[in-house]
Write a protein that binds this ligand. Sequence first.
Ligand SMILES: C[S@@+](CC[C@H](N)C(=O)[O-])C[C@H]1O[C@@H](n2cnc3c(N)ncnc32)[C@H](O)[C@@H]1O
Length: 272
Amino acid sequence: MAQRERDYVLGTHDAEIDRLRFQHEVWRDEVHAAWRSAGIGLGSTVADIGAGPGFAALDLARLVGPTGRVFAVERSVRFLQYLRGETRDGAYSNIDCIEADLMHAPLALTGLDAVWCRWVACFVPDVGMLVDRLAGCLRKGGTAIFHEYAVYGSYQLLPPEPKFRDFVDAVYESWREEGGEPDIALALPKLLAERGFSIRSARPIGLAALPNERLWHWPAGFVRTNVPRLLELGRRDAAWGAEVLAALERAERNPASIFLTPTVLEIIAEKI
Ligand SMILES: C[S@@+](CC[C@H](N)C(=O)[O-])C[C@H]1O[C@@H](n2cnc3c(N)ncnc32)[C@H](O)[C@@H]1O
């Protein structure tokens, strides 16, 4: 029997893999700064939680080197197939792919130096359980590093485009109806404290892009992959999708436009 793909609200199709790759490239500097500040380096053992196709896991594998180890934990078979393709032929022999649903049994990982969790807490129905899973993986003194949205509604086009606002509302609605919460970072400090973590640092990251900048294609690319996804899921109709894309194209033709990205909260917490 064919194995059922464990999809998530944004999909696991090729366009989503391409979007996640580009997104990781755009965020790479911020991510490496977070990892440095959490003390990840040569020889570290790290889990990439909800790793997707593993773009961060591949960077982590280079960072921790042959004496370290990276565990890419993901429930999508398709995403893991992609990562296994990248690690074939002995490349990245320090990566282990672990197919697991974070909302099912605890992970069979313990004593790790760090766990990296980016844009995953916003998609799971029980974030307390997710934080339990992370705590279970770490050694005492190990760190949990999060990049999760705190103010998704700061995703805006200037000058304002009402149809784009409507798109952001549709994203909120679709994630919430699947059991997620876009602004999940707001809940993390309490959940971490309750589970024996001490917060070492916190920093909001909000970016702004002009139409001629490479960064523009991150917030714009999300619109271009997510509008068809919302139609595929039956959440909106084609006429609505065409209006959202027309609003985006109008903004792209206007050199005075600014794209504000959804605000991410970086949290680095230590297991005490
Ligand atoms: C937006 S993607 C982020 C991927 C990766 N962390 C990154 O930053 O590129 C969210 C990922 O979380 C995974 N995910 C969502 N719910 C999950 C669950 N319950 N168990 C395991 N993975 C899950 C999805 O399959 C998807 O790969």
